[in-house]
Design a protein. Structure first.
Ligand SMILES: Cc1ncc(COP(=O)(O)O)c(C=O)c1O
Length: 438
């Protein structure tokens, strides 16, 4: 007997609690039950295929089940499944750090974590402790309104999305919030907003800068806020202001990194170097959970000293630098270099931009925001779940999209071929027509 999606959904509803999910509506929404994947395609248990238009939550770089990455994980599995990184080391952990550092000039050491959120936690603690070990007590973090850095309590503390974060404020760290450079008034250009938001940051730091250990930003794009893009000048201001007040600049590249914006790292759009660079998601090509914090030599040195000085970074996880995850990431980074995947992502961005011209003119679309392969289509709300309805209509056309409120997010694998790109854009337009035509 074939077990259909419907039967699996019933079993799921009886046993599972999903992230970011209202279970009262779960079965009714008919979530897909995915069985296998190949390249940019996902297949459900009924054999229906969907183009992965959100790169499996922004992680897939070159598509699913890539032979080189499959082979690297299998080869690693034949040698070492897991061994601790506390008091020991291993080849994949070392080689990945070396490989990562070649992509990020100015960064000197790699600290591994599991998910994006846990890497953000590590970065926040590093920033606080490094100030302490330079003789300064700086208990505050500065973050942007509309920011998203993950769901653990430290990362929620530096979040700025009311819907996700406000409930938890009473149990969070002390932070200061400054206006998002992506929140423009209709009459403002991105450059004008960057200037205005930069001045706000400067004012905040003039008042509190001596107690701030770090400014944390998502460089160029605030992803979870609905792909809010902003002008690179803001990052240059943040760099300058952080330096002026002796605070660190943490760039959270969990969403924007590993080629997603058409550059290896989004900071390259602004030509800046952070003190701490956080990455995750695409690092293992979307195969396995692995994240990392890249630190400058200066930050790293603040943690050196004789054991009795207790300058150690007392932080780590059981599965830090799991060798299978590292092997996947090494294969991904090497393949990305060999196949010039970042250039391909930039080209895909251009092709998508050309196709999005007509989407932006759709009467039901308020705004289209894009940087490289990160796209947010802000639709006119027609009820409570307009973004969801558009995504469901696209799903019926075989293209998997996912909304963030009234923003339809489009984020395909970096190497999506022209025919699939056209299919994606076509399904998006048809879905917009179906849901938003007057
Ligand atoms: C910028 C940013 N930081 C951190 C995170 C959290 O990563 P994870 O979900 O892997 O914990 C995300 C997730 O979307 C993100 O977009």
């Amino acid at each position: 007997m074939t077990i259909t999606s419907e039967l699996w959904r019933e079993r799921d509803a009886a046993a599972v609690w999903h992230p970011f999910t209202q279970h009262a509506a779960w079965i009714e929404d008919k979530p897909a039950v995915i069985e296998r994947a190949e390249g940019p395609w996902l297949f459900d248990v009924d054999g229906v295929r969907y183009l992965d238009g959100i790169s499996s939550l922004w992680t897939t770089t070159v598509g699913h089940r890539t032979p080189e990455i499959d082979a690297a994980i299998t080869a690693q599995l034949g040698k070492l499944d897991h061994s601790t990184f506390l008091g020991a080391t291993h080849q994949p952990g070392i080689e990945l750090a070396e490989e990562l550092l070649t992509t990020a000039p100015g960064m000197s050491k790699v600290f591994y974590a599991g998910d994006g959120s846990s890497a953000v936690e590590a970065a926040l603690k590093m920033a606080y402790q490094s100030a302490l070990q330079r003789g300064q007590t700086r208990p505050l973090f500065v973050h942007l309104t509309e920011a998203y850095h993950g769901d653990t309590l430290g990362s929620v503390s530096v979040g700025g999305i009311e819907l996700f974060h406000d409930k938890y404020r009473p149990i969070l760290l002390d932070t200061l919030s400054t206006g998002s450079p992506g929140m423009r008034r209709p009459d403002q250009s991105p450059a004008e907003r960057a200037l205005e938001a930069g001045a706000e940051l400067e004012k905040l730091m003039a008042e509190h800068g001596e107690r701030v250990c770090a400014i944390i930003v998502e460089p160029m794009v605030q992803g979870a806020a609905g792909i809010l893009t902003y002008d690179a000048a803001y990052l240059r201001t943040a760099r300058r202001v952080a330096d002026a007040y002796g605070a660190l600049l943490i760039c959270d590249e969990v969403a924007t990194g590993v080629g997603r914006t058409g550059k290896m790292w989004a900071i390259e759009h602004a030509g800046i170097t952070p003190d701490l660079l956080v990455c995750g998601k695409g690092l293992t090509a979307g195969y396995l959970p692995l994240s990392a914090v890249l630190a400058t030599e200066e930050v790293y040195e603040a943690f050196l000293g004789a054991p009795a000085q207790v300058r150690t970074f007392f932080h780590g996880h059981t599965f830090t630098a799991n060798p299978l995850c590292c092997a996947a990431a090494i294969a991904n980074l090497r393949m990305m270099k060999e196949r010039a995947v970042v250039d391909q992502a930039a080209e895909l961005g251009e092709r998508l931009a050309a196709g999005l011209i007509s989407v932006a003119k759709h009467p039901g679309v308020k705004e289209v925001r894009q940087l490289g392969t990160m796209i947010g289509v802000q639709v006119e709300p027609r009820g409570d779940r307009t973004g969801f309805e558009v995504c469901r209509a696209a799903m019926n056309k075989g293209v998997w999209l996912r909304p963030l409120g009234d923003v339809v997010v489009v984020m395909p694998p970096l190497t999506l071929a022209p025919p699939e790109t056209d299919l994606l854009l076509g399904a998006l337009e048809t879905a917009l027509d179906e849901v938003l035509s007057v």
